[in-house]
Design a protein around this ligand. Structure first.
Ligand SMILES: [Zn+2]
Length: 233
């Protein structure tokens, strides 16, 4: 859609900002306004970045190639290639981002309550919102990935994806309904989320066609637009 800007690199991960991220920051700015708006914008930016670093660091530890972190209108994404199909690893990678956000939320809200420094409380609440939103079980959001990984222990990646897609559809329709009641960002998110969920479904089916059952430990890579089973993780 837009060409992202490279801000630099952190911990070895290139950090890109999609111009659409400015739209999200504008939403936040309008919602809070003035100096508070600028502060919430800056803190939101940093909090999303730390959330994505959580995913990226754990993924790298499992040997997943992380080509970078991109911040966009719907938050951030750690761009990963060669996701492991061992459910425990997908679970760890998906949970790492919300774990970072929840830790920051606990520290911020806790310290804010003790010290009465309102900035700390603000940091805590921003991170709590980020964690809560990402844990909604709408694949490919973190909550959906966690759900799929948990299901995959019993039924393998492909069938777990099909089940998680059904849950994601319900959540997406929920977003659209809430969006129609005035939460316009959710209304804008719904069609994108629907398409991204469809993509996850197509990927799982393509993997199945390539010979992956989603059971056991292997790695899937996209080669020339096709999915191939390349390695045992
Ligand atoms: Zn995340």
């Amino acid at each position: 859609m837009f060409k992202p800007w490279r801000l630099g690199a952190w911990m070895g991960f290139p950090i890109d900002v999609n111009p659409s991220f400015l739209l999200l920051l504008a939403f936040v700015f309008i919602a809070f306004g003035g100096l508070a708006g600028v502060m919430v914008v800056g803190l939101s930016f940093a909090s999303v970045l730390l959330h994505e670093l959580g995913h990226a660091v754990v993924a790298r530890r499992f040997g997943v190639r992380v080509s970078g972190i991109e911040l966009g209108f719907f938050g951030g994404a750690a761009k990963m290639d060669g996701m492991p199909r061992a459910p425990g690893r997908e679970l760890a990678i998906a949970a790492a981002g919300p774990a970072v956000s929840l830790a920051l939320a606990a520290i911020g809200i806790g310290l804010g309550a003790v010290t009465h420094v309102s900035l700390l409380g603000l940091i805590g609440w921003i991170n709590l919102v980020i964690a809560g939103f990402n844990l909604i079980p709408a694949l490919p959001m973190d909550g959906g990935r966690i759900l799929r990984a948990l299901l995959a222990y019993r039924m393998g990646h492909v069938r777990a994806t099909e089940a998680a897609v059904k849950v994601a559809r319900v959540a997406t329709i929920g977003f659209a309904v809430i969006g129609l009641m005035g939460a316009y960002q959710l209304l804008m998110l719904a069609p994108f989320l629907w398409m991204m969920t469809t993509r996850e479904q197509q990927m799982a089916r393509a993997e199945a066609a390539a010979g992956g059952t989603g059971r056991g430990r292997y790695v899937v890579r996209q080669v020339d637009g096709r999915y191939v089973i390349v390695d045992v993780a």
